[in-house]
Design a protein around this ligand. Structure first.
Ligand SMILES: Cc1cc2nc3c(=O)[nH]c(=O)nc-3n(C[C@H](O)[C@H](O)[C@H](O)COP(=O)(O)O)c2cc1C
Length: 257
């Protein structure tokens, strides 16, 4: 499985359509949901970063997800929030579109961390687990985006905790610590592990898949068809290898070029 990883301010429905010939899942956003998270996003914009900051985040999400209703790619939405209530509301919106709700426990910008969003959630796993449970109540598929190399954070233990709370997907930005993917997969074997960071070709995709990832995601070059095509082929070839030497090519219903 190949996913397109969120890029704030860029990952909208048009971006997802661009990657649809190659990828299976497009994680739109990140989208700041509540007033404190939105204030933090304003701070990011003030120092030149691109952010989505629509007047009404939920109707923006609804419109962007609706715009993908006929696209050959499953949509998802990466969200930041300082409380569980807005997460539940966004998850309900996602549920209506059969979209994945992804809780952002990943971003490290100081403005976001200061209000308890992004990677700050990795140090507050009780709250993170409450967010996951709130989203899971809606019946939508729940992903948690996490990163490695955060001081004092035991990522496999975090993965176990969010899986217990109802997360279906653990999306791991492995940074320069690729083997952590194996530890996360072992800690939460029932979760779908999506590995991220530096996936650009067969070698980088297969490294994560060999560590036990169920899929990989591409962020920065997610608008580059040559890279997406290469990675999609690598993932398909890996899946065929896993199915055995005589397995036929996967019927992807024409989803990919
Ligand atoms: C400009 C930019 C914006 C990003 N915005 C988000 C975001 O809103 N939410 C999120 O979970 N990750 C965000 N990321 C992280 C990417 O999704 C991805 O995890 C990271 O870039 C590593 O993957 P890559 O090497 O394939 O780019 C962002 C990355 C960049 C470069």
């Amino acid at each position: 499985m190949l996913a397109l990883a969120s890029l704030s301010g860029a990952a909208d429905a048009a971006w997802a359509r661009g990657g649809a010939p190659f990828a299976d899942l497009a994680l739109l956003g990140g989208l700041a949901l509540d007033s404190e998270a939105r204030e933090a996003a304003r701070g990011l914009i003030a120092r030149g970063r691109e952010e989505f900051l629509p007047d009404d985040p939920l109707s923006f999400a609804d419109d962007e997800l609706a715009a993908l209703a006929d696209a050959p790619i499953r949509p998802g939405l990466n969200v930041r929030s300082t409380a569980a209530g807005p997460i539940r509301e966004a998850a309900a919106t996602c549920a209506r579109h059969d979209a994945v709700l992804e809780i952002n426990a990943h971003c490290r910008q100081s403005e976001l961390c200061a209000v308890g969003c992004g990677e700050a959630l990795l140090r507050d796993t009780d709250r993170l687990a409450r967010y996951v449970a709130a989203a899971a109540e809606t019946g939508t598929t729940v992903s948690v985006k996490v990163r490695t190399e955060v001081d004092g954070v035991d990522l496999p233990a975090t993965a176990r905790r969010v899986a217990d709370a109802g997360a279906d997907i653990v999306h791991v930005d492995a940074m320069d610590s690729e083997p952590v993917v194996a530890d996360v997969a072992a800690a939460a074997p029932e979760a779908f592990v999506l590995a991220n960071n530096g996936v650009r070709d067969r070698t980088t995709a297969w490294e994560y898949l060999a560590y036990g990832a169920d899929g990989v995601s591409v962020g920065r070059p997610s608008d580059d068809p040559a890279i997406l095509r290469r990675v999609a082929r690598a993932v398909d070839d890996w899946d065929r290898r896993a199915e055995g030497p005589s397995a036929p090519a996967r019927n992807d219903g024409g989803v990919r070029e």
